[in-house]
Design a protein around this ligand. Structure first.
Ligand SMILES: Nc1ncnc2c1ncn2[C@@H]1O[C@H](COP(=O)(O)OP(=O)(O)OP(=O)(O)O)[C@@H](O)[C@H]1O
Ligand SMILES: [Mg+2]
Length: 270
């Protein structure tokens, strides 16, 4: 299992911080990890480097990153790259997430001219650039994207942008089986109030598949295993809201439509 190998390396590996990733909103650093013959790149987000936000408590984003991976891994969604807590790195406790190397040929989410939207895509929204060009953001219905959309509903992701969906591998050189479609930047998740903002609304109305229904049941039951995976990252009230979201989604039975009474697309969306 690629994820087990990467997770162990992230947990136990020797880390060399290469430097800050430019233009990130929070303190985000690129790291090289070495562990027992496994070498991978990773992204370290120290809790001390969170930029204050109005709606999420300060210094909790890296915990939410880790909770995101644990939920995705517990449900076998493979929607989030391996992400662990480290408390021994230079800038203090934070998350360490496997870096997904973009495979370069990704057309899961595209920004195209109106007459060039790929046939299998659902258009999400249109925008006009400063020079007057009309563009449309659209996405396809591949399983990897569906798993991210499903994860985002459960995790209550308030920030699923197009640029934070990467098709590629976090263990380069391990062949095609290591390539997947992953959601990164999962820090704005698990708020107790409903906040889903995503560019993946194209699955609306699609009935949950058997394995998705099973996953919703699993979260609604909130087994001791799942609770203990989440409770060192989230407040009890947030775990409770997660459980209730799973119950509600299970009752509805389909990917919901975007609500009409609030902003449902993240800004910026790309
Ligand atoms: N796991 C990852 N794999 C590949 N690239 C990553 C990963 N995590 C972060 N990055 C890169 O680092 C950038 C900054 O990371 P991220 O978006 O998570 O931080 P942020 O502080 O929330 O910044 P932003 O303002 O972009 O939301 C991303 O836009 C992406 O280019
Ligand atoms: Mg962000």
């Amino acid at each position: 299992m690629h994820s087990a190998v990467a997770q162990q390396a992230l947990e136990q590996g020797t880390c060399t911080v290469l430097g800050a990733i430019p233009r990130a909103s929070n303190d985000t650093r690129l790291v090289v990890v070495d562990h027992a013959g496994t070498h991978l790149k990773a992204v370290y987000k120290p809790a001390s480097g969170d930029r204050p936000l109005a709606d999420f408590p300060l210094h909790t984003l890296s915990l939410r990153e880790v909770a995101s991976y644990r939920l995705s891994a517990h449900l076998d969604l493979n929607a989030v790259p391996p992400t662990v807590l480290r408390s021994d790195l230079g800038a203090g406790p934070g998350s360490l997430q496997a870096y997904v190397e973009d495979s370069g040929d990704d057309d899961a989410v595209t920004l195209t001219a109106v007459d060039a939207i790929p046939a299998a895509h659902t258009p999400m929204f249109a925008l006009r650039t400063e020079d007057g060009t009309d563009l449309v953001l659209s996405h396809d219905a591949r399983d990897g994207l569906r798993a991210i959309a499903f994860f985002d509903l459960l995790a209550n992701n308030a920030d699923r942008k197009a640029g934070h969906i990467i098709t590629g591998s976090y263990l380069p050189g391990c062949g095609p089986s290591s390539i997947g479609t992953f959601g990164i930047d999962n820090g704005l998740t698990f708020h107790a109030e409903e906040k889903v903002r995503t560019i993946l609304w194209g699955f609306s109305h699609s009935s949950f598949r058997v394995e998705e229904v099973d996953a919703l049941d699993e979260v609604a039951r909130m087994s001791a295993d799942l609770r203990s995976a989440l409770e060192d990252c989230l407040e009890d009230a947030e775990i409770d809201s997660l459980r209730q979201r799973a119950e509600r989604l299970g009752e509805v039975g389909t990917f919901p439509e975007p609500p009409v009474n609030r902003t449902v697309i993240p800004w910026p969306p790309i």
